[in-house]
Design a binder for this molecule. Sequence first.
Ligand code: AFP
Length: 337
Amino acid sequence: MNLGMTVIEHLLLTQKETPAATGAFTRLLNGLIVAAKIISREVNKAGLVNILGFTGQQNVQGEQVRKLDDYANDTIIRRLQTCGEVCAMATEEDADLISIPRQYRKGNYVVIFDPLDGSSNIDANVSIGTIFSIFRRLTPGDGEGNLEDALQPGYNQVAAGYFIYGSSTVMVYTAGNGVHGFTLDPSVGEFLLSEENIRIPARGNIFSVNEGNYNHWDEGVQKYINFLKDPQAGHHKAYTSRYIGSLVADFHRNLLYGGIFLYPADHRDPRKPAGKLRLMCEANPMALVVEQAGGAASTGHQRILDIIPQELHQRVPLIIGSKENVKTAEEFIQGMR
Ligand code: AFP
């Protein structure tokens, strides 16, 4: 067991099996880790905002208090721009690709991220997170990348993961070699390996969905949720409902305990026929993590990682979690049950 190792030590150890590893990926990941430590520090201070000043106003020291999601976004962008390993990046917060200023070296990686997912929960002290997805560039050369580099299907991701700012700050990531969890020890300022090779149970009894949208779902989704709640359906164990409304937190709990998370398509808003969550910065990275842990991620009709993206902010229905639960949900959604 390697418990207690830092992320970089763990990466270097596992990269020993990859002779082509140059250290570039390690530098990139290190940039993300430093950004997450800074964000974690600010998130922990968020409760003091009411004392020190509301966002957008001046606090008692006369400093401008910034919205946390803008702060997180800028922190990650700055770290990635200067690390020298990134040729393009996209964030949930900006419509277009973020460019790398001329003075910085461009590298071989593309990073797509959601800087502070679940941020509407901040004021209630609910866990929120940063989600990231990493691709290798497709365009040749060492110049800036473009949309072609970013719009790759999820199966091309070389790594993905998330940071949770919760009761402790946790990093979960995969670089295609299992899923590993690290917990930030604030006293030493390092993420230390706390769970190596996380495996999601093949079937779980937790379901996580915003049932307030029930009347707007397709019939297949409604039938599936009715089935989960039906005591006569012959479940091996009764289902229990857990929904935080913060994807990283809902996903992480289900990853550890087993179960299913759904954000299906709904008919509430004709401009969002595919549901709420974004393919590139939410569904793809979570899908890579769950598959690497032995689980599954689907739209109900298609594997998430097989979707060929059409645009940066594309939305998709997301059904993700334990393999057998996702399979049953697909059967209902496809009208087979
Ligand atoms: P916010 O970042 O606006 O809080 O949205 C969070 C989120 O994108 C995701 O983390 C949740 O799973 C999902 O939205 C919750 O959406 P509903 O409030 O519609 O259930």
